[in-house]
Design a binder for this molecule. Structure first.
Ligand SMILES: C[S@@+](CC[C@H](N)C(=O)[O-])C[C@H]1O[C@@H](n2cnc3c(N)ncnc32)[C@H](O)[C@@H]1O
Length: 258
């Protein structure tokens, strides 16, 4: 890979292509979901298809300032806006953000969309948010420390960070064999699809986003090192592949800024 390869620029194009190919994480919620959310009956995911426990959120969402971080696709932001929150959706993909804008226009919802890289939240003031909701996405980000530092900065004291991420262990397996629902141990952790040869990466990921396994030290240790206090942790199996028979592919955490 050339010296000046920019994984974030690559992943922006790759995610826009995933939107064009109707990837499941880019399919916006329907009018019935928004109608229920307006009545207080709402749920959003951080990991796979698992509804995030309501007690991870304040009992009253009305007026809460929520940053939906790397959460484009029209699946979380519009639901929380319909439930009364003041929502900003931040994402690296213009087309993923367009999905949130589409739902907001369709439903007459107010929400703000901001394009950018989750490692730089300079668009926002210190303590600008009460909640940061960050579904599985940091797998596409080369380093996490700036993400934790920036989310800590933009949260008010007492604010909460809800994160979904991949269990790094799933990255020991060969991707092509996984597609055949076979578990073949091939990689050493930490792993990045950039470690693969161009031909192997194209065979396994096509033109898809670059992925990084990240360690639990970087994920959970990183949040603690940034100053967060962990309050909740949950795990879930992958929603579609054979790893689900053996280990939890997803982990979600809730942490608070003291
Ligand atoms: C799996 S989707 C998460 C949102 C989706 N609605 C869901 O529930 O899964 C991953 C998102 O992360 C975004 N993303 C990837 N790298 C990013 C980065 N460096 N900064 C901000 N967003 C990023 C992608 O554009 C994509 O919208």
């Amino acid at each position: 890979m050339s010296e000046d390869f920019d994984p974030t620029a690559h992943n922006r194009v790759a995610w826009d292509e995933l939107v064009d190919s109707d990837n499941e994480w880019s399919r916006p919620v329907g009018p019935e979901v928004i109608a229920r959310a307006r009545e207080g009956d709402w749920s959003v995911v951080l990991i796979g298809h698992e509804p995030t426990p309501r007690d991870w959120f304040p009992s009253e969402l009305a007026g809460a300032r929520v940053l939906c971080l790397a959460s484009g696709g029209g699946q979380q932001g519009p639901v929380l806006a319909a439930a009364g929150a003041e929502v900003t959706v931040f994402d690296n993909s213009p087309k993923q953000l367009a999905r949130d804008e589409e739902v907001a226009a369709r439903e007459g919802l107010v929400l703000r969309t901001v394009l950018g890289d989750m490692r730089d939240l300079g668009a926002f003031e210190d303590a600008a948010f009460d909640i940061v909701l960050n579904p599985v996405s940091n797998v596409f980000c080369p380093d996490l420390a700036p993400v934790w530092a920036e989310t800590f900065r933009v949260l008010r004291p007492g604010g909460s960070l809800l994160v979904g991420f991949m269990n790094p262990d799933v990255y020991i397996f060969d991707e092509v064999a996984l597609d055949r629902q076979e578990l073949v141990v091939r990689h050493r952790l930490p792993f990045s699809s950039l470690d693969l040869s161009e031909s192997d990466r194209t065979r396994a990921y096509g033109t898809g986003p670059i992925e990084y396994s990240h360690s639990l030290t970087a994920q959970i240790g990183g949040q603690l090192a940034a100053g967060f206090n962990l309050t909740h942790l949950s795990e879930a199996p992958h929603h579609a592949d054979v790893t689900a028979k053996h280990l939890p592919a997803y982990i979600a955490t809730r942490a608070v800024k003291p």
